[in-house]
Design a binder for this molecule. Structure first.
Ligand code: AMP
Length: 122
């Protein structure tokens, strides 16, 4: 899947639309999700143009991957989520209901987050 320069996170990276920024390093930007699903719901995105985890893991440089993973750790730590716990999640493609085609990791915290994934109807 080709990268779409007009996706909403590309526009945030170009500062064409605002975001509620919580952290930034040389390869990653983190901001609050606009429709939070937990008291803490932060998105961490690479600054490079990667569609999803599949693209990022195959094509990003080691420095981008290291800086990105460190950014996720800092975001969770600075959110005060280490002691009580947090969940990270990345959706790739149709079955995972990925909405925005720019790789991102969700960081959820601030309450009991329940079971890992929704079970299929019996
Ligand atoms: P996903 O389904 O993993 O692609 O998740 C996309 C996430 O992006 C959703 O949780 C949305 O609420 C969030 N989102 C969409 N537009 C924005 C925006 N402008 N600022 C912050 N979060 C957004």
């Amino acid at each position: 899947m080709a990268y779409d320069d007009n996706n909403i996170f590309a526009k945030i990276l170009r500062a064409e639309i605002p975001c509620d920024k919580v952290y930034e390093n040389d390869v990653a930007l983190a901001f609050k999700d606009i429709q939070p699903q937990a008291p803490t719901h932060i998105l961490v995105i690479p600054k490079g143009a990667y569609v999803s985890m599949d693209d990022f893991s195959a094509n990003a440089s080691d420095a981008e991957i290291a800086g990105f993973v460190r950014a996720v750790g800092v975001v969770a730590r600075e959110a005060g989520a280490v002691e009580d716990g947090y969940r990270i999640l990345a959706n790739h493609g149709r079955d995972a209901h990925q909405e925005v085609p720019h790789f991102h990791i969700h960081v959820f915290a601030g309450r009991d987050l329940g079971g890992m994934i929704r079970r299929p109807p019996a």
